[in-house]
Structure formats: C-alpha cells, structure tokens
Design a binder for this molecule. Structure first.
Ligand code: GDP
Ligand code: MG
Length: 237
C-alpha cells in the first residue's frame, strides 16, 4: 500500500513538473516577438515606393533595386513606440527567393501588384504569390498576407475584386499542375496542396488571413490607400 502511494505521488509529480516546464518554455518562447513585415512582388510593382512611404511619407523616384531595403522604424505618422522591421525584397527572379530566410520571423507579408499591367503579368504574379502561400512557414503559422493593388491612378488599373478573381483562377490552374516556379524552392519549404482538393481555389479556403487593398503610391492623394496598409500592419503587429 505504502509503495503504491509513493508511486502515485512520483507519477503525479513528474506530470506536474513536465507541465510546468512546458508552460515556461511556451511563455519564454513567445517573448521573442516576430516583428518583421516583408514587402514582395514582381519588379516595378511599387515595393520600394511603399517602403519609403511607410518610413518617411515622402515619395521619391526609385530605381529597380538590386539590394533590398531594410529598416526598423515607427510607421510614418503613427505611434512612435511601435517599431516595425520592414524588408523590401527585390523582385528579380534570381533574388526573390531570399524572402524564405525571413519567414520564421515574419509577422506579415505585403504583396505588391501593379494593377495597371496586371493582365499582362498575371501568370508571373500568380506564380510568385503561389510560392509564397505554399511556403511551409507561411502556411503553418497562418501568416497574414496583404495584397496591395497599386497604381490605381492609371485609368486602365484593374479594381481589387478583378485582381482577386484572376489570382484565384490562375492559382487554381497552377495548383492542378504544380507547375513552374516551385522547383526553385527548397523542397523542405514547400507544403502541400493549397485549398480544398475538390473545389476551385478560393482565398477563403486557406487558413492565412488574406486582405486586398487598392492604392496609389506615387500620387499625393490623401485617399491613396497608404493608411489602410498602415492600419493592417498595426492590426497584425
Ligand atoms: N503611376 C504610378 N506609378 C507608381 C506608383 N507606385 C510606384 N510607381 C512607379 O513605378 C515604378 C516602380 O516603382 P518601385 O517602387 O521602384 O517598384 P519596385 O521595383 O517594386 O521596388 C517607379 O517609377 C515608381 O515611381 C503608383 O501608384 N502610380
Ligand atoms: Mg524596388
């Protein structure tokens, strides 16, 4: 009898101790704040323009960047206490996979689209977005993605609803073929099927919250959409 009691006490203690260790590990693990927002998208979509707007609210003529911009700063005109780590990735084919190094510390992905040339670049844009959504870290951590439909000042710019539908259709096609664009990714970083197997692809089918905004980053228009982007970043901070 004595012995059984002792065994029970030992078992209970071990369970409690393990639970306590797990709780401590979880709490300390959460302290390492993910504060990185990555700006991606194909060349010329407006990534660097967005980076500069977020940092200092001044529009500047930019060049196709070879090196990425990176900074830690409060968002222009917002709470000075909230420091965001923002990285603007170059859209060149050879360099765009660099974002993968940062997915473990990524809080949100900002995917910039040139709405005025979207029809022409639909395939390339969709392939890039597909890769991002299929990335293991991005899927497992259900990282939020903001799709910025930029250059709305052009008359021919497509509205965000149209871009959304086109992206869904293209991703649906890519999904069935598991086509080009994925092969350059590290196999370990690619996760399974996007969405539901027997239904055509919809952004609502994946666990990541996906938001679409329209904006124009070049003009001084007060309704340029930059505030919506900042609000989304603050919400996801
Ligand atoms: N008309 C117009 N031009 C824009 C807009 N946003 C960016 N641009 C221009 O598009 C070009 C590419 O922008 P940039 O930020 O360098 O794109 P990135 O290659 O994605 O970094 C630049 O000449 C920008 O001035 C916009 O909303 N409207
Ligand atoms: Mg750039």
């Amino acid at each position: 009898m004595e012995n059984t009691n002792l065994i029970i006490i030992i078992i209970v203690s071990v369970i409690l101790l393990t639970a306590a260790i797990l709780v401590i590990l979880k709490l300390t693990g959460n302290k390492e704040k993910k504060d990185t927002f990555i700006i991606t998208g194909i060349c010329d979509s407006g990534k660097t323009s967005l980076f500069l707007k977020l940092r200092n609210d001044k529009t500047r003529e930019t060049h196709t960047s070879i090196a990425e911009n990176e900074g830690r700063f409060p968002l222009a005109g917002e709470d000075e206490e909230k420091i965001f780590h923002v990285i603007d990735f170059p859209g060149h084919y050879k360099l765009r996979y660099k974002y993968q190094d940062f997915t473990p510390i990524t809080k949100g992905v900002i995917f910039v689209v040139d709405s005025s040339t979207f029809t022409r670049n639909e395939r390339e844009v969709s392939e890039y977005l597909y890769e991002i959504l299929a990335n293991k870290h991005i899927q497992e951590n259900e990282i939020s993605v903001l799709i910025v439909c930029n250059k709305q000042d052009y008359l021919i710019a497509l509205p965000k609803e149209r871009i959304k539908t086109s992206l869904e259709n293209e991703i649906n096609n890519l999904r069935s073929t598991r086509a080009a664009g994925v092969e350059e990714q590290d196999e370990d970083n690619v996760d399974d099927f996007l969405g539901y197997e027997n239904e055509s692809f919809k952004f609502e089918h994946i666990p990541n919250p996906i938001t679409f905004v329209e904006c124009e980053l070049k003009t001084g228009n007060v309704n340029s959409g930059v505030n919506e982007i900042k609000d989304w970043m603050i919400e996801n901070y």
